[in-house]
Design a protein around this ligand. Structure first.
Ligand code: ATP
Length: 234
């Protein structure tokens, strides 16, 4: 689905990614883990067109997308759920979901998808006329997720979906991510919560010092002594 080749990205003088290469296979969940500040969000923001690489290529189904505007990347079916559940505080829950479907001309289909989201997330349904900014943290994360799904992405980019959530909600989130894959969507998840990310993923990659230090089936990374010590706190 997606291939990153030798990506170099930085902020002015600061270089963060120094030659990141990885593949996100179609229909699978791929996890990118790494320490605080390793460059996980930078990687997702580069894929979604918010940041421009100084070197390297991003290929979506074989076609280069680095250099495209974020809007064009979304229209190609790559949708990001940003870190810290950024929802528009002054839109209602329902308006937020309508906005999620803005790229689709078939508004009847969007309305059906929104109805499906309200079935999947009854708490959002109860709060459909409530302003998004007044939702709890967990509810806002659910809303950010649902908004992305209404866009019907082929590749979903998840930035720290567990951030700030209670353990019970994190478990719900894991179930939700698995159900997305069951629907045939491809997912790239970045997480500081390596246990969650590797628990749901098929393949895992470890971002260290600006490059991919280790790539393996996720279950092998969960069993890897170095990963257990550095990222799982075991
Ligand atoms: P976290 O899990 O803490 O979000 P991360 O792995 O996602 O970490 P990034 O957010 O990608 O890390 O940040 C990587 C590095 O780039 C950090 O050192 C960060 O301070 C720096 N950085 C991020 N955004 C900017 C920016 N807008 N300007 C300058 N430096 C930045």
């Amino acid at each position: 689905m997606l291939r990153l080749e030798n990506l170099h990205v930085g902020y002015g003088e600061i270089s963060v990614l120094r030659g990141v290469s990885l593949t996100v296979p179609t229909g699978a969940i791929t996890a990118l883990i790494g320490a605080n500040g390793a460059g996980k969000s930078t990687t997702l923001n580069t894929i979604s067109g918010l940041l421009k690489p100084t070197q390297g290529e991003i290929l979506l189904e074989g076609t280069r997308i680095d250099g495209l505007q974020p809007e064009q990347v979304v229209r190609l079916g790559v949708v990001q759920v940003p870190e810290g559940r950024k929802v528009f505080r002054n839109l209602t829950v329902h308006e937020t979901l309508v906005m999620g479907g803005y790229i689709h001309a078939d508004k009847a289909a969007v309305a059906k998808d929104i109805a499906r989201m309200f079935e999947a997330f009854p708490r959002l349904a109860e709060r459909r006329t409530q302003l998004s900014g007044t939702l709890s943290g967990g509810e806002q994360q659910m809303l950010a997720f649902a908004r992305a799904l209404v866009a019907r992405p082929k590749l979903l980019l998840l930035d720290e979906p567990s951030m700030g959530l209670a353990p019970r909600i994190v478990a719900e989130m894991a179930g939700l991510i698995r159900s997305i894959r069951a629907e045939g969507m491809t997912v790239l998840i970045v997480e500081q919560n390596a246990a969650l990310a590797l628990g749901v993923a098929d393949e895992g990659h470890v971002l260290e010092s600006g490059t991919i230090g280790l790539s393996s089936p996720a279950k092998d990374l969960l069993a890897n002594d170095r990963v257990r010590e550095a990222y799982l706190g075991l």
